[in-house]
Design a protein around this ligand. Structure first.
Ligand code: NAD
Length: 496
């Protein structure tokens, strides 16, 4: 039976209160903001507008939990059991969470159901399962001493996350942070706050003690800023823009030198070399740049193509683009939804206009559509004739916009690929394995795909070089961000 998601949306219970010390609460000063759906511009619900006072309360609750060891003091096996139950509950509530995410953020319901919810559950379960299988170490010192190298929870962790994959970005932080035994204050984006509080309720149902996971929705300047400046927060796991990432690092330095891990923006290159499988390459590129309305940090937004095959590549992409035209995100057939809000829509349309003013050729799209819905929709857009100086080659647009740049040689293709402040991801398409490896090595990016783009697995680290940030989410490496490394020297006598 086909589900009518519009009917379900009407019946959905939305609660915009924060989650603090195990309870749903409004902001201390009673202020709220509206959560608006980008699908139709409708107000979904009022949300607690947390500020400094609420942050203080959340940090105090988290610190109490750290101090009495109600979570950090539990055995890894006990923590695992709670986290696995938490993941199970996310799956049990799949339809509710997916609908909430789509209404709040505008992504197609088919992807909220098939990608966001299962990936968030998988992440929580994976860190739960992992935590009773990681061992500490003993250093190879001389035999009159033992030097133990142990990992301890860092304490109070603040997770500040963006709106493009609200639940999944939250899971990438709270999964390893909670598994390692920390207490967490999660600050979701003001553009998509709703699933974060629901996740905290599910964690509580799974047996997570009160105070261990707190959620403070609110604006960056009002709720995020006090977290990054707080003297009793030990670590920040931040995902968001490079501009705010720099501010987080600055605030960490200005306050208590809290550990500041940043996962930031990208302007990822997608290189199609002259011996590539053009059909496969263009399909992969279109699928990735238009996925999530182009609102993905690792979206391959710069296509760098060998001049000899440029026309064929453009023709293929022109044919593919219309199939990504936006549709009602609650229609299960939709594969492109709404841009998250009016501000982001204006940014995307402004950059499209600037691209045209700077002389790039519009191959397809460039227009806002479906205005009659009251929502924010942009057609898949492709520019050719883009040069490295143009704003559409330099700035992260975070919308369904692809910039095609041509290179006369392999060296020029690599030079264009690296001519960016960012270094999050890249892709190289060639049938020559030696060339694939050589080019991959020359590209300064945290992830390079060869003849592919969207491989993804929780076992694999994800993060950037250069101004794409300094941390790695996912994999066992992420546990390092949320733990301190302690050395304990033990002198050994002669045993007599
Ligand atoms: P953003 O930087 O505007 O906001 C991110 C979060 O920071 C939000 O919760 C926001 O409220 C908060 N914030 C804003 N100002 C703050 C301040 N002064 N102090 C503390 N917190 C503050 O980013 P966004 O628009 O929400 O998200 C899009 C960005 O996220 C893009 O640049 C994208 O590339 C990036 N991103 C990166 C990754 C990655 O893994 N590298 C993943 C997803 C998104």
């Amino acid at each position: 039976m086909t589900i009518n998601w519009h009917q379900r949306a009407v019946a959905l219970d939305l609660d915009g209160r924060a989650f603090m010390d195990g309870a749903r609460v409004w902001a201390a000063d009673g202020r709220t903001f509206s959560s608006v759906s980008p699908i139709d511009g409708r107000v979904l619900t009022d949300v607690a507008r947390c500020g400094g006072q609420d942050v203080d309360l959340a940090v105090a609750a988290a610190r109490r939990a750290v101090n009495d060891g109600r979570w950090s003091g539990q055995s890894p096996k006990a923590r695992k059991q709670v986290m696995v139950r938490f993941a199970d509950l996310i799956e049990t509530h799949r339809d509710e969470l997916a609908l909430m995410e789509t209404l709040d953020m505008g992504k197609p319901i088919r992807y909220s159901l098939a990608v966001d919810v299962p990936a968030a559950a998988n992440c929580i379960r994976w860190y739960g399962e992992a935590i009773d299988k990681v061992y500490d170490q003993i250093a190879p010192t001389s035999k009159d001493a033992l030097a133990l190298m142990t990992r301890e929870p860092i304490g109070v962790v603040s997770a500040i996350v963006p709106w493009n994959y609200p639940m999944l970005m939250a899971a990438w932080k709270i999964g390893p942070a909670l598994a390692a035994g920390n207490s967490v204050i999660l600050k979701p984006s003001e553009k998509s706050p709703l699933t974060a509080m629901r996740l905290a309720e599910l964690a509580q149902m799974a047996g997570l003690p009160d105070g261990v996971l707190n959620v403070v929705p609110g604006y960056g300047a009002e709720a995020g800023e006090p977290l990054s400046l707080h003297l009793d927060v030990d670590c920040i796991g931040f995902t968001g823009s490079t501009a705010i990432g720099k501010r987080i690092a600055e605030n960490a330095g200005k306050s208590n030198l809290k550990r500041a891990w940043t996962e930031l923006g990208g302007k990822s290159p997608f290189l199609i070399l002259k011996d590539a499988d053009i059909e496969a390459a263009t399909k992969a590129c279109a699928n990735s740049i238009f996925f999530n309305q182009g609102e993905s940090c690792n979206a391959p937004s710069r296509l760098i193509v060998d001049a000899s095959i440029k026309d064929e590549v453009i023709a293929c992409l022109k044919t593919l683009a219309p199939s990504f035209a936006p549709k009602d995100p609650l229609d299960p057939q939709s594969i492109m939804g709404a841009i998250v809000d009016q501000v982001q829509l204006s940014r995307v349309m402004g950059l499209i206009a600037q691209g045209q003013e700077e002389g790039a050729s519009l191959v397809v799209g460039g227009d806002q559509v479906m205005q009659e819905t009251g929502g924010y929709y942009v057609n898949p857009t492709i520019f050719s004739g883009v040069s490295s100086q143009m704003c559409i080659a330099r700035e992260e647009i975070f919308g369904p916009v692809l910039s095609i740049m041509e290179a006369a040689s392999l060296d020029e293709a690599v030079a264009i690929a690296n001519d960016t402040d960012y270094g999050l991801a890249a892709s190289v398409w060639t049938k020559n394995i030696d060339r694939a490896i050589t080019v991959s090595r020359r590209i300064r990016a945290g992830t390079v795909h060869v003849n592919s783009y969207d491989e993804d697995d929780i076992t694999v680290p994800f993060g950037g070089y250069k101004q794409s940030g300094n941390g790695r989410d996912k994999s066992l490496h992420a546990l390092e961000k949320y733990t301190e490394l302690k050395t304990t020297w033990i002198r050994i006598g002669d045993g007599a």
